[in-house]
Design a protein around this ligand. Structure first.
Ligand code: NI
Ligand code: MN
Length: 224
């Protein structure tokens, strides 16, 4: 399988047949690596409904017929727009023929652009046998260490930009708590308040934890 960074917090997981999009914020994303009218999608997974994560979800789902997974209040809003949805809450797992996704806690706030209040989440995902943890928008908190217990996390997608999430210093401790084989930094350099030094983050994590860091430019891929 291949994990493609689409910019900000957006990813496409694909094996060439099935594509799972995560947080497809493309149209107003100054660093988007794809346009909303060209991406493939079998399933779309959302951490929360802030505009920089919900993004083009509804348009892509309508064009592709993809099922959208979001926490129940946000799923209800999206489902009312004639989109197929699955609506777990925190702790819930939804299964598909490609694998499964589980909503796990994240410390953040969330109201959708249309005003739907909901609780933000992280996503623990198993796609075709590879385990990926999209941490979502969050500050540092100790329960990050619970998410991967009993299994190996292949790739963790960790915000480092600060201001709206943890910064690159707290994200070093997050990487240690998560314990993934590979960490990919996300949610930085998209807008001025979240500019940071991803190479410094890589150096710090690799000096202080057993994880390796892969810094992906938008459009680049990783094959875990
Ligand atoms: Ni957010
Ligand atoms: Mn965000």
């Amino acid at each position: 399988m291949e994990l493609r960074f689409l910019g900000h917090a957006a990813f496409a997981l694909s094996d060439g047949e099935t594509t799972v999009l995560i947080d497809p914020f493309l149209t107003h994303n100054p660093r988007a690596a794809a346009s909303a009218d060209e991406v493939e999608a079998t399933t779309i997974l959302l951490t929360h409904g802030h505009a920089d994560h919900l993004g083009d979800t509804v348009a892509i789902a309508k064009r592709t017929g993809a099922t959208v997974v979001a926490i129940v209040e946000l799923a209800n809003e999206i489902g009312a727009q004639d989109v197929d949805v699955r609506d777990p809450n925190l702790g819930g797992t939804v299964t598909f023929d490609w694998g499964w996704a589980k909503l796990v806690p994240a410390w953040h706030t969330a109201v959708s652009p249309s005003g739907t209040a909901h609780t933000p989440a992280g996503l623990l995902i198993e796609f075709k046998g590879t385990t990926i943890y999209h941490v979502g928008d969050t500050c540092l908190f100790s329960d990050l260490q619970l998410v991967g217990r009993g299994r190996e996390i292949d790739v963790a997608l960790v915000p480092i930009g600060g201001h709206y999430t943890m910064d690159r210093h707290d994200a070093v401790d997050a990487a240690r708590l998560i314990g993934a084989k590979t960490v990919v930094p996300i949610h930085y350099d998209t807008f001025p308040p979240i500019e940071t030094d991803a190479q410094a983050y890589k150096a710090d994590v690799e000096a202080q934890t057993s994880s390796r860091v892969v810094v992906l430019a938008p459009g680049e891929t990783l094959s875990p």
